[in-house]
Design a protein around this ligand. Sequence first.
Ligand SMILES: Nc1nc2c(c(=O)[nH]1)N[C@H]1C(S)=C(S)[C@@H](COP(=O)(O)OP(=O)(O)OC[C@H]3O[C@@H](n4cnc5c(=O)[nH]c(N)nc54)[C@H](O)[C@@H]3O)O[C@H]1N2
Ligand SMILES: Nc1nc2c(c(=O)[nH]1)N[C@H]1C(S)=C(S)[C@@H](COP(=O)(O)OP(=O)(O)OC[C@H]3O[C@@H](n4cnc5c(=O)[nH]c(N)nc54)[C@H](O)[C@@H]3O)O[C@H]1N2
Ligand code: SF4
Ligand SMILES: [Mo]
Length: 742
Amino acid sequence: MPPTTASVQSQCPYCGVGCGLDLLPPGEAGKAVKRDAEGNPMWSARGHREHPSSHGQVCIKGATVGETLGQGRLSQPLYRATLTDPFEAISWNSAFDLLTERIQSTLASKGADAIAMYGSGQFHTEDYYIAQKLLKGALGTNNFDANSRLCMSSAVAGYTRSLGSDGPPCCYEDLDHCSVVILIGTNTAECHPVLFQRLLKRKKRDPNGLTIVVVDPRSTDTAKIADYHLALAPGTDLALLHGLARLIIQDNGFDSDFIDTATEGFAGFTQTIKTWTPGKTSKFCGIAEKDLRAVARLWSRKERILSLWSMGVNQRREGTAVVGGLINLHLLTGEIGKAGAGPFSLTGQPNAMGGREAGGLAHLLPGYRLVTNADHRHAVEKAWGFAPGSIAAHPGLDAWKQVEAMERGELDLWWVAATNPLVSMPDLERVKAAMQRCKLVVVSEAYADTETSHYAHLLLPAAQWSEKNGAMTNSERRVTFCPAFRPRHGDSRPDWDVFAELGRRLGFVDQFSYNSSAEVYEEFTAITAARVCDMSGLSHALLQEHGPQQWPYPKGEGPTTTSKRLYEDKRFPTPSGRAKFQQDKPLGLAEPPCEMYPLVLTVGRYLGQWHTMTRTGKVPRLNAMHPEPSLEMHPNDAKRFGLDDKGLAAITSRRGTLTARVCISERIRIGSVFLPMHWGFTQAEACEANALMHDQACPISKQPELKASAVMVAPAVSVVKPSEQDTGILDNLRRLLTPALR
Ligand SMILES: Nc1nc2c(c(=O)[nH]1)N[C@H]1C(S)=C(S)[C@@H](COP(=O)(O)OP(=O)(O)OC[C@H]3O[C@@H](n4cnc5c(=O)[nH]c(N)nc54)[C@H](O)[C@@H]3O)O[C@H]1N2
Ligand SMILES: Nc1nc2c(c(=O)[nH]1)N[C@H]1C(S)=C(S)[C@@H](COP(=O)(O)OP(=O)(O)OC[C@H]3O[C@@H](n4cnc5c(=O)[nH]c(N)nc54)[C@H](O)[C@@H]3O)O[C@H]1N2
Ligand code: SF4
Ligand SMILES: [Mo]
């Protein structure tokens, strides 16, 4: 890589807002070179003014990303035959020999379904795409799933069920055009900060022109700017949405033209919601009836209504149904396919959208296709150059089913890439135990000391964002080219390049020979032609020359009239061309509070930390914002359970116990407590929130209910350490990993 002196542009590699970054090389404009804790020169980041999604705005994570890129990295492949052996450095050649041999022997003994990969919305699209081709095409197993299963899969399933296809219909400009914004199950202020600032600015400029409704059991920073904050009981969103629908109908606030011409299932829907009277709904949800009526009136006034949602909706055992309930309101009022209106999921990760496009879930194929659809399989087999019948016709194992398959000893090779499941999956002790039953756990990672690496046999060093060329798609369907602008760390390699070499070594030389990631991207975009997510006109060269682009972007046509906003013609990609009202009955929480476990634990995020802290945990400014995790708890509950502010609490669910410091706060509703997800067992302040969470999932999207488990709390006498620290493996591993860092 030649040294760069000019600034380079890319998409921020953190959240799904996908802000444009302008990156300046170390020592730019004669300034002193800044170095990280290991002495690596650091790039600095600022907002890229010309990026159409963010117009130069950036939050503190994006602004500090340059500090995270060099330190604590995994620099060479490491291997150990058993989890108690020390790791030893091996060459890439030996790593490929080992992988090829194990894959071939597994194919011969148990078949392709004994192999699975668990990938990530932090892959570039090229990584995602080649992983699909390797697993689903070359190996013939659909056992590829991604952490999007824990994140966006209810949105994917919800859009598909109601509108006929995945794909968020809206764009960020809609935040400037709406007159009402409903923020449901999203702490936008902390998790999508640049979009929040956009709303906040508008609200300040024109307080009467924008009404803000927040639906969240906690009084988050997002809720602080709300005109109406519905602090509902956890897990009651679907009832709320049905209650609103009933009131809208009663108030004559619906759009009968839209319902007649563009939807189906209305009659059945009215039956489903009929019982959700204002009295019953407000009681069930634990909110004031007057607030319910006020919010219903906003919908009935035929204003431009934009709904934004994220994990408070998706991470539910009825996640798909809640998404359906929200889309129902938009269908009822015709608030979709026009400026300032529509149901708009805020994507979590920077390229979870690209993952969906590339078919990165166990039931998908590239171009929003399904493995269960014979035409879709054949189209992809043909494009990939595999014989008809190569792609299996049944969905592969989703993320949690991969864990269960390991428990049963059915997986011989589990490949984890760009995700850290030993912090982020539910019921962590079960995941740890399951991993110990798998013969070969491969972890592709950018950093050395992650929780999941401690349970790996083979560690493969990944070149990360900034070290590889690739594309990412943000929440508003906008694709940004992300260039390599720093040298790769040590022997690290881009994930796609590793998957492609393995493909060639397995004998698929024609299918996996590429000169560059640009060739990979071009092959991928060609497969999307004539699909809802048609981006066949996009290439690295085009994105570099013309900047970020929204899809649809068909070849030869360029951006179309629907690139900004889908469904403006009120036609939907269902068999009938009509959107469908959904008719699900509210179920509530999978594990409701009870006498023994009287509180609902919800787990989410802090503004300054990103997930499992492998990157943000290396930035002093961010750590200073949140020195430790704490258990947020209402004063009444603290009194009831004998807890003091800053005192230690033991939190126990049916799956385990942990300790955390109490933060007494009126931000949270009585009966609920909140923990952050970030601090895994390698952190000094370890707080394995997910050791307490259960695995019960939405039956349609298979997304686990990571937002709620029943717990009890009590004053703690001493700190309970996460299980791994008792075994001594941690120190041992840290020692072993250190040489690789130097
Ligand atoms: N700072 C920061 N930003 C991030 C991330 C990060 O790690 N750190 N991660 C990114 C990713 S991948 C994602 S998915 C997004 C997540 O973004 P968000 O979904 O906004 O974040 P969370 O904190 O997980 O949860 C959002 C809210 O859901 C609420 N909630 C809990 N239960 C319920 C319920 O029953 N109903 C409703 N209506 N609300 C409920 C919680 O109180 C919480 O405030 O953030 C992205 N941005
Ligand atoms: N209880 C509870 N649990 C949750 C959530 C919650 O709200 N509540 N949220 C869920 C959600 S929405 C999400 S998205 C997940 C997130 O959880 P994870 O995906 O586990 O979190 P990350 O820390 O982002 O993990 C990404 C890993 O990839 C590594 N990495 C970075 N770049 C690259 C690369 O280019 N290649 C490779 N191979 N590795 C790379 C990073 O170092 C890091 O270890 O957590 C889920 N878990
Ligand atoms: S809002 Fe999201 S995409 Fe934008 S700078 Fe912050 S973390 Fe990055
Ligand atoms: Mo996420």
